[in-house]
Design a protein around this ligand. Structure first.
Ligand code: ADP
Ligand code: MG
Length: 617
C-alpha cells in the first residue's frame, strides 16, 4: 500500500462530482434550483446535444456580489445556511454548497452575474474547477451560468451517458418537473434552439401540466386542496382513465422540492385502490406544504430522498386529500366477499388444521392426502382473511409450525398430483370443452389435459415473433386508425433513440409533436388502449437498460408483445378457436419449457383419477 495522503482539492471535487453530477439533467436540476433559491421569476434553460456540449441557465434572481462570484465555486461554499441549527429547518432548495464546485470540476464553466445594488457584474471562467478569469463586466441583474463539455476530463463518466436524444429527454423531464413544482415562475426551455416548454408563471398548474404532459391530460385531472395536521396538500390528480402503465406521471413536491417518497406514493395508490386495474398507476402532481422542522432533506446528496418525523400524519394527509379530490367522480362501489378471519378459523379448529394433524399422524402407507406446507399456505390464503403483512410467514409460524412440532414432517405432496405434461408422444385427442372460460379440457390417451388458454396462445405468438425477429421478418400490420401515444419527455427521447429496434419489432412510429408519437403499424392487431399500454411498457424496458439491449431484454419485450396479443383468460372460446389453439400447441415442439415459468398444460392421468375415487389402490 502507498502512504496515506490528503487528496488535493481538484481530485476531491471530482469525486464529489460523482455524487451530484451524474448526467446533464443533474446539472440542470442544480442550476434551476439555485435560480429558484435566488428568487428568480423568469428562468430560461437551453441545451445542445442533450446538454453534453452546452447547457445555459439564465435567471433574473438576486445575483451574486462580484466579491463572492469566484467563491461560489469552492467546495462547501453556500449562502443558504451558516450554523448547524439551520440544518434543522431548511427552507431553500440548496444548502450543501457543493453543486457549483462539483459541476465546475468536470466541465468548462462560465458565469455572468450581477446584483441589483452593484454597478458592475462579475464574469468568471473556470476549467476543470480552476479559475481562469474573474473580472468585472456589464450585464443585466441576475445570473447566467454556461456549462460546456460535461465530463471532458472524466471519460469513465462520459461512457455512461446515453445518446443525445435520451439525455435531452431526461433534461426535459427535470425541467418539466421543476416547472410544475413552481407555477408562479415563468420557465422557457429550448433544446437545440427549439422551444419545448414555456410557462408564463401565472400560477395555473393545469396549463403547465398540459404543456409538459400533453393535451390528453387537460380534462383528465381533478384539483386537490386539503389540509390536515398542519400539512397542506394541493395539486392535481388524475381521473381513473388517466392512469398509466408506469409511474412516469407522478410528481411529488415537498415545500417546492421534487422528491421521491414511498410513504406518499403508497398513500396515493391506497387511495386509488380498487379503482384501477392491476398494473395501472395514477397520474398526479402533489404539492405538500409542511413545517420544514418535520422534514429531513439532508438524507442524500441529490436531496431527492426525504425523511419525515411524523410519517403517519403525512400518509393520512395525502390519502384523504386524494380521496376527497376523487369524490367528484363517481366511483363504482366495491364488492367484497366476506371470509372468516384467520384467527376466527384457528379458534374454531378448522379443517385445514384437522387435515394437517390427521395426515401427519396417519401411518404410512397412507391413503389420505398429505398436505405440504405450500398446499396448506394456499388453502389458508384461499379460505381465510389473512393479515396482509406478511401472510406466508404468518401462516407458517402460526399454523404450521405448531403442528410440525408435534408430528414428524413428511414431504409427500398432496393428493392428486398434478404433473406438467410430458408430451413426447402425440396421440389423437378430443376437446371436451372449456371451464371457467379460461381452461380447455382435452382427453388424450389415458389422461386428461387442462390447457391455460392465455398461456398457450401467448406462447404460440411468442415463438412466432421470436422466429421472425431473429430473421428480421416481423410482418407489421397497418392500423386502420393510427393511434397517438402521449409520452413524457424522457420516454419520448428513448423512443427517438431506439426507433430502429421498434421498427425491427414491427412498429412504425413517428414523432407527433409535443413529445407524443403516432403509431401507424404494429406487429400484432391491438385495441387502442392495449397498444398505448404496450408502447409504455416497451419504453420502460428500454429505460431500464443502460446501453445496448441484451438478447434477454429483447426476448422479454417480444414476450410482452405476445402477452398483449394473446387471448385473455375469462373469455369464452368458440369450438373452432379451441380446435385451432390445441392443434397449434400440439404441433409445437417443447411446449412444456415455458420461457417465463408458467406452465401451459397440466395433466391428470386416468390412473390418478381412479385412485382418488378408490377404484384402484
Ligand atoms: P448551494 O445551492 O447548496 O448553496 P451551490 O454550489 O449550488 O450551493 O451554490 C453556491 C452558492 O452560489 C449559493 O449558496 C448561492 O449563494 C450562489 N449561487 C449559485 N447560483 C446562484 C444563482 N443563480 N443566483 C444567485 N446566487 C447563486
Ligand atoms: Mg445549489
Amino acid at each position: 500500500m502507498k502512504p496515506i495522503c490528503l487528496l488535493d482539492m481538484k481530485i476531491a471535487n471530482m469525486i464529489a462530482a460523482g455524487e451530484v453530477v451524474e448526467r446533464p439533467a443533474s446539472v440542470i436540476k442544480e442550476l434551476i434550483e439555485n435560480s429558484l433559491d435566488a428568487g428568480a421569476t423568469h428562468i430560461t434553460v437551453e441545451i445542445k446535444n442533450g446538454g453534453i456540449s452546452l447547457m445555459r441557465v439564465t435567471d433574473d434572481g438576486c445575483g451574486i456580489p462580484p466579491i463572492e462570484a469566484s467563491l461560489a465555486f469552492e467546495r462547501h461554499a453556500t449562502s443558504k445556511i451558516a450554523t448547524a441549527s439551520d440544518l434543522e429547518q431548511i427552507a431553500s432548495l440548496g444548502f450543501r454548497g457543493e453543486a457549483l464546485s462539483s459541476i465546475a470540476a468536470v466541465s468548462h464553466v462560465e458565469l455572468f452575474t450581477k446584483t441589483a445594488d452593484s454597478e458592475c457584474g462579475a464574469h468568471v471562467i473556470l476549467e476543470g474547477g480552476k479559475t481562469l478569469k474573474n473580472e468585472g463586466v456589464g450585464c443585466p441583474n441576475g445570473t447566467t451560468i454556461v456549462v460546456k463539455n460535461l465530463f471532458y476530463n472524466t471519460p469513465a463518466r462520459m461512457k455512461f451517458l446515453k445518446k443525445d436524444a435520451t439525455e435531452a429527454g431526461v433534461v426535459a423531464d427535470v425541467v418539466g418537473k421543476l416547472m410544475l413544482g413552481n407555477p408562479h415562475v415563468s420557465f422557457r426551455f429550448l433544446n437545440n434552439g427549439k422551444e419545448m416548454y414555456f410557462s408564463n408563471g401565472d400560477g395555473a398548474l393545469l396549463n403547465g401540466l398540459v404543456n409538459v404532459w400533453g393535451s390528453a391530460f387537460r380534462h383528465a385531472m381533478l384539483p386537490i386542496d386539503s389540509k390536515q395536521d398542519g400539512i397542506h396538500v394541493t395539486g392535481l390528480t388524475g381521473k381513473t382513465d388517466a392512469a398509466r402503465a408506469n409511474r412516469t406521471f407522478q410528481n411529488i413536491y415537498i415545500n417546492g422540492r421534487i422528491v421521491r417518497s414511498r410513504t406518499i406514493s403508497m398513500a396515493v395508490e391506497e387511495a386509488y385502490r380498487n379503482m384501477l386495474t392491476v398494473g395501472r398507476f395514477p397520474a398526479f402532481v402533489l404539492q405538500l406544504a409542511i413545517n420544514p422542522m418535520l422534514v429531513d432533506v439532508n438524507v442524500h446528496p441529490t436531496k431527492m430522498e426525504v425523511k419525515f418525523s411524523e410519517e403517519r400524519k403525512v400518509y393520512q394527509a395525502v390519502f384523504w386529500a386524494i380521496k376527497s379530490a376523487m369524490q367528484i367522480v363517481q366511483v363504482i362501489p366495491e364488492m367484497t366477499v366476506k371470509r372468516p378471519t384467520f384467527l376466527q378459523a384457528v379458534a374454531e379448529g378448522t379443517w385445514v388444521q384437522q387435515a394437517f394433524k390427521q395426515s401427519y399422524q396417519a401411518p404410512a402407507p397412507q391413503v389420505a392426502p398429505k398436505p405440504t406446507i405450500n398446499y396448506a399456505v394456499q388453502e389458508v390464503q384461499a379460505h381465510y382473511e389473512v393479515p396482509p403483512q406478511p401472510p406466508l410467514q404468518y401462516i407458517v409460524e402460526e399454523v404450521i409450525q405448531p403442528i410440525k412440532d408435534v408430528v414428524q414432517e413428511t414431504q409427500t405432496p398432496y393428493g392428486p398430483t398434478v404433473e406438467i405434461l410430458d408430451e413426447t408422444q402425440a396421440p389423437p385427442y378430443r376437446i371436451v370443452g372449456q371451464v371457467f372460460e379460461t381452461y380447455v379440457i382435452i382427453e388424450r390417451a389415458g389422461e386428461m389435459l387442462l390447457i391455460d388458454q392465455h398461456a398457450g396462445h401467448e406462447r404460440l405468438i411468442y415463438e412466432k415473433l421470436v422466429k421472425s425477429y431473429q430473421t428480421r421478418a416481423i410482418v407489421s400490420q397497418l392500423m386502420l386508425v393510427p393511434v397517438v401515444v402521449d409520452l413524457s419527455a424522457e420516454e419520448f427521447g428513448v423512443v427517438q433513440d431506439n426507433l430502429q429496434v421498434f421498427s425491427q419489432m414491427g412498429f412504425e412510429l413517428e414523432e407527433f409533436g409535443n413529445h407524443s408519437i403516432i403509431v401507424r403499424q404494429t406487429p400484432i392487431p391491438l385495441q387502442e388502449e392495449a397498444l398505448k399500454t404496450l408502447v409504455c411498457e416497451l419504453v420502460s424496458a428500454f429505460m431500464a437498460n443502460s446501453q445496448a439491449l441484451t438478447t434477454q431484454t429483447e426476448l422479454a419485450m417480444l414476450y410482452t408483445i405476445a402477452c398483449k396479443a394473446a387471448v385473455k383468460a375469462n373469455r369464452q372460446l368458440h369450438g373452432t378457436e379451441m380446435a385451432q389453439l390445441v392443434q397449434d400447441l400440439f404441433a409445437m415442439p417443447n411446449i412444456n419449457t415455458c420461457p417465463h415459468g408458467r406452465p401451459i398444460m397440466l395433466s391428470l392421468t386416468k390412473y390418478q383419477i381412479e385412485k382418488e375415487f378408490k377404484r384402484v389402490m
